[in-house]
Design a protein around this ligand. Structure first.
Ligand code: HEM
Ligand code: SF4
Length: 580
């Protein structure tokens, strides 16, 4: 068809026989560590990305070897909840098949890096044996559903978690491709015993259809006053309205998203809008209808404009709401008052409503690994051996060791100490920091992130010390490219990679995650970013008003204007000139 303007990915999905493509054949091909380009689009729906070690590219090219291919595998883990037994299983997988680290992501799940093709099936089977899966962790589908970290904190948190699980299950693709390709058509029952997956006679995707969604779709549930899921960054969000300890309903948000492309002003991050209010019983249906309107209205020609945020920009919130309500068969209620205070996690021990203890551990950029004197992976494995509660991953790449008795509390403290681990960060800025993975694994990275942000913060800590700001929470986030996996556009200080060693500096997001930042300076290297931030932080320390946050101060002080809508995010004043 010559007038078919749909993007290439739409054809790949259509021709894939519900996400099968030639993945199974590609896995058998021992001549290469890679799979075909089309299959690499399809494996995302199965939770895995083909990558290569970019550190090794020059050396391999010199030797005329193919790239050092491996796979990143991401789990589906609604609400970030894992049992100690599952932790041990995942730790063992990291050691046997991956790069000996676990990555806790900004969306409450685990990633493995460095799994080679010949180990892919075994790894997926080991994940399945731990009663976990990777279905829809990437791809044009509803991704991992996040909920307010720690379901054990209160009844409302438990309800938010249950809703995350219900939405995740309801919106799961129904294709048998996953079990067929990775698990030899088997799945495990609740006791971990393999059982044959029932063959669907006539395969259909009742919710998605054969083309799935135009683009990824991300859902979160928040329990105020914490906005630890960064609700305004996501396609679909639920803000729990809690009365007398009970969730009476949810304010529903739509159309948030982070990704943009440098130099293309019709792409931009956007904070979500308020759609309306629904009862707990209506919440799953609302998710389905929001998703199907986006399925039908979303842009399938240009993937850069295919997220729900652009559908809402282009068609208008009122039209979108009317169509969702038409499909629901009822009107949504008026949003109820709520108040967010912060996006960060309460690091340290905390006691829940039932008097059980919970330890939130600061884990820099979510990387669980052993280094001499700081053997975090070993410590967590040791804790998982005796811990009877749960592990909960937070949206800030941190980890909660949840449901701990007073007796076990001191034992956990002792194990951590023995391994050189403290739960705390060295400063408020580090505590409030996030970096995406970027190099060496991410194929899209234009600059370093996880390996670079820690040293930027170390340098800034000197500045913070001088200004007396060491303990102040100042939210700083870095990504290696504008896709925004660590949500840099919602950070008081955002650093987005543009070229090796060079970043765009964004300032002025709200501490509670409700307002985007704005571009302040382009292409800054480390010395320049420090040079720009030092006087600003010094002024902030001296001139801030009672309780004023850094993100608000930079607007009042005139460094940037406030961003009030997504498409106003691009700099609207002359950018700061750099002295080179
Ligand atoms: C066009 C947009 C995007 C593309 C193409 C993209 C692609 C990728 C890729 C290839 C990785 C793997 C990196 C690695 O582990 O080596 C990754 C990681 C990740 N992305 Fe994205 N991403 C996009 C936007 C986003 C956004 C907006 C979010 C969240 C709001 C997000 C959340 C994540 C998370 C949680 C990870 C795991 C690592 C981490 O915690 O940083 N992504 N993304
Ligand atoms: S923000 Fe860019 S560099 Fe970082 S993980 Fe995402 S896609 Fe890769």
């Amino acid at each position: 068809m010559t007038d078919d303007k749909r993007s290439r990915n739409e054809h790949i999905k259509e021709d894939s026989r519900f996400l099968r493509g030639t993945i199974a054949e590609g896995l058998e091909d021992v001549a290469t560590g890679a799979i075909s380009e089309d299959d690499a689009q399809l494996t995302k729906f199965h939770g895995t990305y083909l990558q290569d070690d970019r550190d090794l590219r020059p050396e391999r090219a010199k030797k005329k070897l193919e790239k050092a291919f491996s796979f990143m595998i991401r789990l589906r883990l609604p609400g970030g909840l894992a049992s100690p037994k599952q932790w041990l299983a995942l730790d063992a997988i990291a050691g046997t098949y991956a790069n000996h680290t676990l990555r806790l992501t900004t969306r409450e799940t685990f990633q493995f890096h460095g799994v080679i093709k010949s180990n892919m099936r075994r790894t997926m089977q080991a994940i399945n044996a731990a009663l976990l899966d990777t279905i829809a962790a990437c791809g044009d589908v509803n991704r991992n559903v996040m909920s307010a970290s720690n379901p054990f904190l209160s009844k409302a948190h438990a309800a938010a978690h249950d809703l995350a699980v219900a939405i995740s299950e309801h919106l799961l693709p129904k294709t048998g491709a996953y079990h067929e390709i990775w698990l030899d058509g088997e799945e495990v029952d609740a006791n971990g015993k393999p059982v044959k997956k029932k063959e669907a006679k006539e395969e259909k995707e009742p919710i998605y259809g054969p083309h799935y969604l135009p683009r990824k779709f991300k859902t979160v549930i928040a329990v105020p006053p914490s906005n630890d899921v960064d609700i305004f960054a996501h396609d679909l969000g639920y803000i729990a309205i809690v009365e007398k300890g009970k969730v009476v309903g949810y304010n529903v948000t739509v159309g948030g998203g982070m990704g943009m492309t440098h130099g293309e002003p019709d792409t931009f991050p956007r904070t979500a809008d308020m759609l309306g209010f629904c009862t707990p019983e209506q919440a799953v249906d609302v998710a389905e209808k929001v998703l199907t309107v986006q399925r039908d209205w979303g842009n399938r020609e240009n993937r850069k404009r295919a997220r729900l945020k652009y559908t809402i920009e282009d068609r208008g919130l009122d039209a979108f709401r009317a169509e969702v309500e038409r499909r629901l068969g009822f009107k949504l209620g008026k949003p109820r008052p709520y108040r967010f205070e912060q996006t960060g996690d309460p690091i340290g021990w905390q006691q829940g409503a039932d008097k059980k203890w919970h330890l939130t551990l600061f884990i820099e950029n979510g990387r669980v690994k052993d280094v001499p004197g700081h053997t975090l992976r070993a410590a967590l494995r040791e804790i998982a051996e005796f811990h009877t509660g749960a592990f909960v991953l937070t949206g800030n790449q941190n980890l909660i060791i949840a449901n701990v008795s007073a007796k076990a509390k001191s034992k956990i403290d002792a194990v951590l100490k023995e391994h050189g681990i403290t739960p705390y960060a060295s400063s408020g800025m580090r505590r409030s920091s996030m970096a995406c993975v970027a190099l060496p694994t991410c194929g899209l990275a234009l600059a370093e992130s996880e390996r670079f942000l820690p040293e930027v913060i170390t340098a800034l800590e000197d500045v913070l010390d001088k200004a007396g700001l060491r303990d102040d929470d100042i939210v700083i986030r870095m990504t290696g490219c504008p896709n925004g996996c660590a949500r840099p556009y919602l950070a008081e200080i955002g650093l987005v990679g543009k070229n090796p060693g060079l970043y765009n500096l964004y300032l002025g997001a709200a501490f509670d995650g409700s307002r985007l930042n704005k571009l302040y300076a382009e292409d800054v290297d480390k010395a320049q970013m420090l040079g720009l931030l030092e006087p600003m932080l010094a002024r902030y320390a001296k001139e801030r008003e009672e309780g004023e946050r850094f993100g608000d101060f930079v607007i009042r002080a005139g460094y940037v204007r406030a961003t009030t809508a997504g498409n106003q995010f691009h700099a609207d004043v002359e950018l700061v000139k750099l002295v080179t």
